[in-house]
Design a protein around this ligand. Sequence first.
Ligand code: PMP
Ligand code: GLN
Length: 401
Amino acid sequence: MLYAPDVAAVDQPLTSKLAAFGTTIFAEMSALAVRTGAINLGQGFPDTDGPTEVLDAAVDAIRTGVNQYPPGPGMPVLREAIAEHQERFYGLSFDPDTEVLVTAGATEALAGALLGMLDAGDEVVLFEPMYDSYQACIALAEGVVKPVVLRPDVEGDGRYGFDRDEFRAAFSARTKLVLLNTPHNPTGKVFTRDELTFIGEVAAEHDALIVTDEVYEHLVFSGATHVPMATLPGMAERTLTISSGGKTFNTTGWKTGWMTGPATMVSAAKMAKQFLTFVNGAPFQPAIAAGLRLGDDFYTGLAADLEAKRDRLLPGLYAAGFDVFVPEATYFTTVDIRPVRPDGDGIAFCLDLPVDVGVVAIPTQVFYANPEHGRHLVRFACCKQFEVIDAAVERLSTLGA
Ligand code: PMP
Ligand code: GLN
């Protein structure tokens, strides 16, 4: 008998693994900003360039012929700079040849790690809300998402936290990985040493590997400290750490990322990564290496500048009437919209906002495995010039007018 599917392949080419996923919210909301001329506080990208040393190094590289395929694991100059950076900031030592891998952004590092380490049915414990590529990559690897909810402490200081029993209960005999993100997008939470110690202990009890996405490692505000999971006792041997130059050097479009960790985990991720992009961005690699070697002033200035921007946006969000959850790090602030929109429909709110007041934000429900948990929460980015933030705040002040 001839194979006769219900729907012709030409009408429905999409794999069933991705059927539940639409266009990414970032593409959708940035397009809406362009269409409506609204101020884009949605997608997290800075509107100014990063350090000239980094930009100049990329231009020099292009002009001096660094334009062909770099080596598969990344150019030695960048792998060495990444290893130095991990030693300088965290006291972690990695062999640039076997324990460091350069990737096409943190996004490809995540994809490589998940596709390289998961078998069908393997479970991944992670926190929701989560960066949107996590669920899609786990689905491509035919893994199973085991979400644990981060909830803001509305009675207390507004920090997002989690229930430790719920975290424990997410583990089973099929748990292969814990996928962590600190500092955290979209909540701006920085996991504390105590929280990370607990997470690491439970992971070790279940012999689970840890993949930790630390792309906002240098965007941390006063009062909070970024603790890399790999620095906790006993954790380096089971932890793969992912980061990227995008946030640190205002070069989100360069897509130069990396991972560091035990040779076995890096090698598993490399196995998948070599068939994704193989390599990317040759001239950007020495440029990001130059950035990683910039002095401490650059790094402290970066965090201070972003903190000032957060502090410029926050009063505007309060004044607009939202319940605001103060972030400890990252580009982002989340708010509960119910005081200004009683039905709490974050998606409808974000579709109306550009038209009604001329501002784009991101409905955080798209970051949840169970969207109901984040239905009423919306994310605003502060990584914009002061005058852009001021103009957005001015517009938000007309909400409900
Ligand atoms: N992880 C998180 C938590 C992010 O917010 C982002 C967005 N930039 C990424 C990963 C992706 O980073 P990259 O642009 O380097 O791929
Ligand atoms: N990380 C950025 C954000 O969360 C942008 C990511 C993207 O455009 N895919 O807004």
